[in-house]
Design a protein around this ligand. Structure first.
Ligand code: CUA
Length: 312
């Protein structure tokens, strides 16, 4: 399924929750802010009193101040923080519940591989989920440590090479949520974005049905030229286009590239001009990216882009 190009992800952050996990965490944040404000006010009152009392001859006994301010108050404050935090943790599922939508996320420098193991679907940088259902994420990394963070849906979790972490998220309503990598992972860490599209059950199933399909066969001679350029320029060493001989796995699966909203992990929107610039000179768009410059002539590049744009 396609989003209108006008579809904008919500600009909300973690205090603008759009799911139960994010809501619990936002609640906790407000409680902690209230507690910190209370501690600050008590501190200001104590400071003011002590400044005024310095002029008085009868100072209070120092041990009372040390025990009260140095032991009793911190134990109460930290105790309340502990209880609030444990209570929030208890409400956030740590294990994937039965019936959750299974999604595997693999971090790469600098993009997200997204797999639906039960649906035989592989995509990149855009996660489609049905609204109102728990999503069981299993996350790992292919290279360095990354961190998955979609603020409106939940907290961060690290993607570690050689280890699988799990996380449960849920989106209340249909909407588009912006996420990013939250652990410095190299030169283009800042351009490792992702989108979570929460959809109605029907739209989600329609999206899955499209994603399961192999790429549609090329229809015109221009597209056939582009497909030949793709095969000869070395693209299949890294990219898969299901339904063709391209089955590389170092870079994103491109089978349904044209149906995505963004390019290069959300670096630019998915328009013809951006696609041409990105494919033609990837290092100008995302310096340091692992994709090599394909060094194509202008006609070949245009044919390649025309072909890629058919991959809906
Ligand atoms: Cu991946 Cu920062």
């Amino acid at each position: 399924m396609h989003y209108a190009s006008s579809a904008e992800p919500s600009a909300g952050g973690s205090l603008d929750p759009a799911g139960p996990v994010a809501a619990r965490m936002a609640d906790l944040w407000w409680w902690l802010l209230a507690l910190a404000t209370l501690v600050f006010v008590v501190f200001l009152v104590a400071l003011t009193r002590s400044l005024l009392q310095r002029r008085r001859p009868e100072a209070p006994e120092p041990w009372r101040f040390i025990v009260g301010g140095g032991v009793v108050m911190p134990v109460i404050a930290v105790g309340v923080v502990l209880v609030l935090t444990l209570n929030a943790m208890r409400q956030i599922p740590s294990e994937i519940p039965p019936g959750a939508v299974a999604i595997e996320v693999v971090g790469h420098q600098w993009w997200w591989e997204v797999r639906y193991p039960e649906e035989d679907v592989v995509t990149a940088n855009e996660i489609h989920v049905p609204a109102g259902r728990p999503i069981g994420l299993q996350l790992t990394s292919n290279d360095v440590i990354h961190s998955f963070w979609v603020p409106t849906l939940g907290g961060k979790i690290d993607l570690l090479p050689g280890r699988v972490n799990t996380m449960v998220l849920e989106a209340d309503d249909v909407g588009l949520h912006r996420g990013s990598c939250a652990e410095f992972c190299g030169l283009q860490h800042a351009k490792m974005g992702l989108l979570v599209a929460s959809e109605s059950a029907e739209d989600y199933q329609a999206w899955l049905a499209v994603q399961r399909e192999p790429a549609s066969a090329t229809s015109g001679s221009g597209q056939a030229t582009g497909a030949a350029v793709f095969m000869e320029a070395g693209c299949p060493d890294c990219h898969t286009i299901r339904g063709t001989d391209a089955n590389g796995s170092k870079g994103p699966d491109l089978t349904h590239l044209a149906g995505r909203l963004g390019l290069a992990a959300g670096t630019v929107s998915n328009t013809s001009e951006n696609l041409l610039e990105w494919v033609g000179s990837p290092h100008d768009v995302k310096s340091g990216v692992l994709m090599p410059d394909p060094e194509l002539s202008r006609p070949d590049l245009e044919a390649l882009v025309a072909y890629l744009e058919t991959l809906e």
